[in-house]
Design a protein around this ligand. Structure first.
Ligand code: SF4
Length: 190
């Protein structure tokens, strides 16, 4: 029978669990409060967001939806289960108490950032994108004696971040292409 490495690990874990069962049963009969040994978790496969290697991760999330564990995906062709310290600590992305909960805005000429509401920030971003795109959109450029269709604006750039997941990156890229934005990059390359 041919089994994958991940299936092998699952079988090994199941066998270990069976061997431990008598000890767990013995614990359950001792006096005092009994605490649950296992949390209810969900598991999903995803991609490490930190660099362009794109290592595969298995993420466990707790009842509140936050990441509680991350492991290398042994079936992923890039990392085969290996991870570096950055991705092992990926749960900090959702659990860090310093994580910003609201957008920050620094007005032109101001030296301080101020917290603003999402509705205001999104409306303001949309207004400025439209005004800039309308003022700078190029349908064609002249290359020698040829007129080339470009449908672009060179006045707007998009910079993604390490915490963006696959789906967010896909949507952001689609939006940029639709708007004619050609300068699209990711913070990990800077
Ligand atoms: S685990 Fe390390 S090498 Fe792999 S994608 Fe994440 S940061 Fe890059």
């Amino acid at each position: 029978m041919k089994i994958t490495r991940r299936e092998f690990l699952k079988l090994t874990a199941a066998a270990s669990g069976s061997l431990l069962l008598p000890a767990s049963s013995a614990l359950a009969t001792t006096e005092g409060p009994v605490f649950p040994l296992h949390k209810k978790v969900k598991e999903a496969v995803t991609i490490c967001p930190y660099c362009s290697c794109g290592c595969g991760l298995i993420i466990a999330t707790g009842p509140d939806g936050h990441i509680i564990n991350s492991e290398g995906d042994p079936d992923h062709i890039i990392n085969r289960g290996a991870l570096d310290p950055k991705s092992i600590a990926v749960r900090q992305l959702s659990q860090n108490p310093l994580r910003l909960k609201k957008p920050l805005y620094r007005a032109p000429g101001a030296s301080e950032w101020q917290e603003v509401e999402w509705d205001w920030a999104i409306t303001e971003i949309a207004k400025r994108i439209k005004a800039t795109r309308d003022a700078t959109f190029e349908r064609t450029v002249q290359v020698g004696d040829q007129t080339v269709t470009v449908n672009r604006t060179q006045a707007i750039a998009f910079l993604g971040g390490a915490a963006n997941n696959n789906e967010e990156c896909y949507l952001a890229t689609k939006l940029c292409r639709a708007l004619g934005i050609v300068y699209i990059d990711h913070q990990a390359r800077l």
